[in-house]
Design a protein around this ligand. Structure first.
Ligand code: ATP
Ligand code: MG
Length: 558
């Protein structure tokens, strides 16, 4: 089987497996821990697991790895389901939970005890760590390691019925305290956590560890290829040890690939939570963080995220992916799909003195320069307009190519105007720029002159107030994940708000998108950037737009 979109080392392994067994019932799973919202790193894993399932006509399960109720929350379960559906993926059958298998896992744990391969330990957490040794020094056996099977069974039952407090007892595999693989030095299989669980409520007070639950859940679900990130490479030994020593009917295989690291970003739920808890960002869907909900709110589409995941590929090399690659994917898409309109972020008024005060023209302009199917909209032209403050300069500067006193500029879709005077208030603030409008220049090149630069504008009679949220990188270093104190590298200008105007003629079109995160609405505000309506904070009476991406790559500019 060959597919241009997905052709990586894992595909080669799967192809070989199909070669050996034509009837292989290919089955993957995506196993999030419901302890936070998903981010773009998870998207890499989601795309891989679901796309492979489509490609090989197999199945992909969604399984919550919910073995630690102290960190989990039902709201994360819901947001994870929502994000995967939004990306456009459908999991096979019902949502699965490791917690569904707690009774079976308990039986497997007893099986290990009966085989003399697990024991109840009473060392404290700190002692266990100390006894475990290091990469250079072997571990030490626990004094509780050699109790009888019967004694261990009784103690494990006592753990289950709540006779011990947290930390007083745990179940450990009896493997080898001298193993060169630290994960094999009698890893903990069960610990006591006295917290109600979002799925099983108060039914259990002992919880399996990730290592114990994961391989067995994979086996129960008949997963064939269990794909995870490289840091689980050593855990594979334990994964296989548990499956080998329990009476399972199916033995899945684990394969590892490198995790996604993205420039200027943090991809760890735990660290993202620190940013939220410290009020550095507003929540999990803050557009400055690369969570799926943050990216969605910023204006990223499912297709742009999938395209990004496809471009970065699947390898075993750990590297840092350029942020501009992510931006390239959305910019390319919005260049095709975003409606072109004009918006003014920092207005300055222009008075066209040679036009009548009732002058009103309506120009019908295309929503997209190259796609007539996207339709048109109307732009109103009158004798008072706003332009961008940065498109006018009072001081003389030879290099400046936009509006200056004595110079001309073309208004997009309209006329060439010439600035003649500045009107100021008593504090020397500009009230307006008084200009001459050359009404012979509509749609025509000026005679015997060079075409002046073109700027955008909005008639004062066609304005709707709006807030524009301009996002910049949250961190001022490329690799905050490597920084011990990543909170010290926050960019103070990660969010800049501007109050300006959009064209009022768009108002009706926009209203139905408010409060609807499934329907994103995009604009290219001409000469400024691509923006998306903020469906959360926008009100019918006050619209807010988030900058999705600049018109050009700014992070790699020399
Ligand atoms: P986090 O540090 O964000 O909590 P995690 O690995 O603990 O990450 P899980 O919910 O346990 O998060 O992960 C679910 C799946 O997503 C796992 O298979 C994991 O390997 C994968 N995954 C998580 N982060 C990344 C990443 N940055 N790149 C690729 N895959 C990832
Ligand atoms: Mg985790």
């Amino acid at each position: 089987m060959n597919n241009k979109k997905y052709n990586n080392f894992i595909c080669h392994i799967i192809n070989q497996d199909f070669h050996k067994n034509k009837n292989l019932s290919f089955h993957t799973r995506f196993p999030p821990e419901p302890n936070g919202h998903l981010h773009i790193g998870h998207a890499k894993s989601i795309c891989l697991n679901f796309e492979l399932a489509y490609l090989y006509k197999g199945r992909c399960n969604l399984r919550f790895d919910d073995t630690n109720p102290s960190k989990e929350n039902i709201k994360y379960v819901n947001s994870i389901k929502n994000d995967i559906s939004w990306l456009g993926y459908k999991w096979h059958g019902n949502v699965r939970y490791s917690s569904e298998y707690f009774s079976i896992l308990y039986q497997y744990a007893k099986e290990l005890i009966y085989k003399g391969l697990a024991y109840v330990d009473h060392l404290t957490k700190e002692e266990i760590r100390e006894y475990r040794g290091t990469l250079n020094t072997p571990g030490k056996n626990s004094p509780y390691r050699n109790r009888t099977i019967e004694e261990n069974i009784q103690l494990f039952k006592k753990m289950k019925i709540g006779k011990y407090a947290e930390g007083e007892a745990c179940l450990r595999a009896k493997i080898d305290m001298h193993s060169s693989f630290i994960v094999m030095r009698d890893p903990v299989l069960y610990r006591i956590i006295s917290i109600s669980h979002h799925q099983t409520q108060k039914n259990w007070c002992i919880y399996p560890t990730y290592d114990f639950a994961h391989c067995l859940s994979d086996s129960i679900e008949k997963i064939t290829h269990s794909l995870c990130t490289l840091e689980f490479q050593d855990n594979k030994r334990l994964y296989n040890w548990i499956l080998k020593n329990t009476n399972v009917s199916h033995h899945p295989k684990q394969y590892e690939f490198s995790r996604l690291n993205l420039e200027f970003s943090i991809l760890s739920k735990r660290k993202l939570k620190i940013l939220i808890d410290n009020n550095i960002i507003q929540g999990w869907d803050d557009p400055r963080i690369p969570t799926i909900s943050g990216l969605r709110r910023k204006g990223y589409t499912p297709s742009s995220i999938k395209e990004f995941c496809q471009k970065i590929g699947i390898t075993k090399q750990n590297n840092l992916i350029e942020y501009s690659l992510l931006e390239h994917c959305i910019r390319k898409e919005l260049n095709q799909t975003a409606i072109r309109t004009m918006a003014i972020l920092e207005p300055i008024k222009i008075f066209l003195y040679n036009l009548d005060q009732n002058h009103k023209e309506i120009f019908t302009v295309p929503n997209h320069p190259n796609n007539p199917n996207m339709g048109t909209h109307e732009v109103i032209f009158t004798n008072m307009i706003y332009i961008e403050r940065s498109d006018f300069q009072e001081k003389y500067d030879k290099e400046y190519k936009r509006l200056r006193i004595g110079e001309e500029i073309r208004l997009r879709y309209a006329y060439i105007i010439k600035a003649e005077k500045i009107e100021k208030d008593e504090y020397n603030n500009i009230i307006s720029i008084i200009c001459y409008c050359d009404i012979s220049t509509l749609g025509k090149r000026p005679k015997n002159k060079k075409n002046p630069a073109v700027i955008h504008w909005i008639s004062t009679k066609n304005t709707l107030k709006a807030e524009f949220r301009l996002y910049n990188q949250l961190f001022n270093i490329k690799n905050p994940e490597q920084q011990k104190n990543f909170l010290s590298c926050i960019n103070p200008l990660s969010l800049v708000k501007k109050n300006g105007f959009i064209e009022k003629t768009l108002e009706q079109k926009i209203q139905k998108y408010i409060n609807n995160d499934r329907n994103q609405l995009f604009f290219q505000f001409e000469r400024i950037g691509y923006f998306c309506l903020d469906y959360i904070d926008s009100k019918k009476s006050f619209l807010i737009f988030n900058r999705t991406v600049n018109l050009r790559d700014v992070w790699n500019r020399k």
